[in-house]
Design a protein around this ligand. Sequence first.
Ligand code: GDP
Ligand code: IMO
Ligand code: MG
Length: 449
Amino acid sequence: MPNVVVVGAQWGDEGKAKVIDWLAEQADVVVRCQGGCNAGHTVQLDGNVFKFHHLPSGLLYAGKQCVIGSGTVLSPDVFRQEIDALHAKGYRTESLFISDRAHVTLPYHPLQDRLQEQSLEQNKIGTTGRGIGPTYMDKVGRLGLRVADLYESSTFLRDRLTQIRAVKAPVIEQLYQEALPSVDDLMAVCQQYAALFQPYVTDTVVLLDTALRAGKTLLFEGAQGTLLDVDFGTYPFVTSSNATAGGACTGSGVGPSRIDRTIGVMKTYITRVGSGPFPTELSDELGQHLVQVGQEFGTTTGRMRRCGWFDAVLGRYSVMTNGLDGLAITKLDVLDALPEIQVCVAYRHRETGALVHHFPARLGELEQMEPVYETLPGWQTPVHQARRWEELPLNARRYLERLSALLETPISLVSVGPDREQTLVLQNPMTMQGSRAEAYRSPNVAQSV
Ligand code: GDP
Ligand code: IMO
Ligand code: MG
């Protein structure tokens, strides 16, 4: 079976975990490659709700190997809580593996995150406050600590922490008048972290290579979303890792030649948590309707998510930057009550009136963009019981077909509710043959399945 990457194709919270959970039954290994406990991934199974931050959503299946890859950053306290919560529910974690190359969030990283946000005042990013940015800053600045480093001799570890502290402490003290923990205190927490991670740590590069050589199927679980990607997102209102499909390779050590397919998860509308531009945002009653019906409150921070209409300009940009072969469209049921639905098909420059079809890099330009909407009729019928394409109301099918046509990408899955069962399969990405181009060339993709 093919190795499949699943990414968020909007601003995160698209329902990736629900899609991963559905696909994972057919995979052997589920891999998280980037991000850390900023992720909040919800799986609903027979009415039980599971919230994952660090752990791959595949852990709900007994015996699947689940990997926390080298491109992730690990917050020990959150990790411990998640493991304990899963054990308390009777789930086992013997098949969980942590990359020895993943980076560790140290006690001063969340502090640095908060201090940095405070000093940005009205330009705050609206981070999750979990220390994600500072951990990645130290990784790239070569001042980070990897999981593997926790198992060096105490002389080596002490030297390393002393070097890191010598560079960081004066900066933090001068900028924020805050002191970093002493080297002794850091040594003590590192000992605890080493013990906590020890049952799970391995060279996941070798583990994944061995799995691939044995013909096993890998499923890569993206975190965050394309527009939060540090390179392709609405910078600086982004996270600090590569949430696009390329991150699956750099964050796992699996080369691109071994990946067969990439699926982008999108809601039938769009949400965003935190600050930053959002051309199709609805700041009115309709936006509130989507918040309430879609229960759009952050899994990690509980913050209300900003809601807006589906944006096909952004969607096409996601198709490009990820090379999407298929779409998994979630939350169709949330639009059930609406008499009309709008889709942004292009932007119009407020001052010049020019039509814009590509997602701009400059935030100043993005702020000038006014959505050009196409209006489609709603279906005003509950869809949550549909299990087959033919069981969807005609207008719901037309809406989905329009999204697929605007993005020139076939639909693989449609989700009509949070539960595993509430999933319609149009083209199963784990079994379908052929390439994206081939799939899209077949006429009327959605109806032909
Ligand atoms: P992720 O971060 O992309 O995994 O998404 P989140 O878990 O943060 O947020 C998605 C939310 O939508 C979760 O509460 C899911 O249970 C829920 N969800 C997923 N698919 C559907 C759907 O089709 N309909 C409804 N109503 N809820 C859904
Ligand atoms: P999942 O995997 C939605 C957002 C934060 C903030 C920005 C930077 O559940 O889709 P960070 O703490 O990463 O430095 O915050 O990114 N953000 C997310 N938004 N879903 C997520 O993850 C997110 N992870 C980070 O709200 O705007
Ligand atoms: Mg989420």
